[in-house]
Unconditional design. Structure first.
Length: 86
């Protein structure tokens, strides 16, 4: 079983979540990313996000490894969680 949210902003979803992603080339160094999010158990209607993606073309640009740290959101933002009870 995965997390009950599908991104770090904490948008919740149900087992009915369906995401359709589309990448469209808009130039030699640009893509348009679109995602349509559908979950009839959580949202009243489908919704869409859209953003441009750019390729870094600097001569010395390089990709570096990203280390995923488990539960880093809780470590960094856990103190902001709404507490119930005592």
């Amino acid at each position: 079983m995965g997390f009950p949210y599908f991104h770090s902003a904490g948008s919740f979803h149900s087992d009915a979540l369906h995401v359709t992603e589309r990448y469209t080339a808009t130039g030699p160094d640009h893509l348009m990313y679109e995602a349509t999010i559908e979950d009839a158990k959580t949202f009243s209607r489908p919704w869409k996000i859209r953003m441009p993606l750019y390729r870094h073309i600097e001569p010395r640009a390089e990709l570096v490894e990203f280390r995923c740290v488990e539960f880093v959101e809780e470590l960094m933002y856990g103190h902001l969680r709404k507490r119930t009870g005592n």
